[in-house]
Design a protein around this ligand. Structure first.
Ligand code: IMP
Length: 176
């Protein structure tokens, strides 16, 4: 089996510390209310699973799957809904959990899709944000880390389906 060791950009420890802050902020902002969390598959699965453990509120968890990337590192410019959530969000507090806001096209499309369903509120938590590539500004209510324009992998994020299992956010180096 080939071995690989991407360079660490954000360590497991730094992610865990940041998640404590985000979980606390979300808990305070929605005090006494139920939250519908929508995990955007596949990239956000690890961030979502760790973050919801830090939120001290009753949560209804939903999954949605969107794709805009093929197997490469640049967007196709076209967002496709692969799998929808399974219940109504009308009148509910909805928190979308994303892995990364890059050009912003995915989250713009998702926001439009969800707003017509009349949620009580709609907010966004994203582990990462690449400001240099942003074309469609969207408010990220709970942001993990701002990063430079590098293609990152790990902690849920993939390159051609690989590296999602890494416990840190990394960048591919010449050896990979
Ligand atoms: P956007 O629509 O350009 O904002 O891209 C959003 C989606 O592209 C994310 O949900 C990721 O799945 C993917 N993506 C963007 N940048 C990266 C990256 O650096 N590594 C892995 N996936 C990325």
């Amino acid at each position: 089996m080939e071995s690989y060791s991407p360079d660490v950009l954000i360590s497991e420890e730094d992610i865990a510390l940041r998640l404590e802050d985000l979980g606390r902020a979300i808990t305070e902002d929605y005090q006494g209310q139920e939250l519908v969390v929508i995990c955007v598959l596949k990239g956000a699965f690890m961030f979502c699973s760790d973050l919801i453990k830090k939120i001290e509120l009753p949560i209804k968890l939903e999954f949605i799957s969107l794709s805009s990337y093929g197997d490469g590192t640049s967007s196709s410019g076209n967002v496709v809904l692969d799998m929808d959530i399974s219940s109504s969000i009308a009148g509910k507090n909805v928190l979308v959990i994303e892995d990364i806001v890059d050009t912003g096209l995915t989250i713009k499309t998702l926001n439009e899709m969800l707003l017509v369903r009349k949620p009580k509120s709609l907010k966004l938590a994203s582990l990462l944000f690449k400001p240099s590539r942003n074309e469609h500004p969207a408010k990220i209510d709970y942001l993990g880390f701002e990063i430079e324009d590098k293609f990152v992998i790990g902690y849920g994020l993939d390159y051609a389906g690989r590296y999602r299992e890494l416990p840190y956010v990394g960048v591919l180096n010449a050896g990979n």
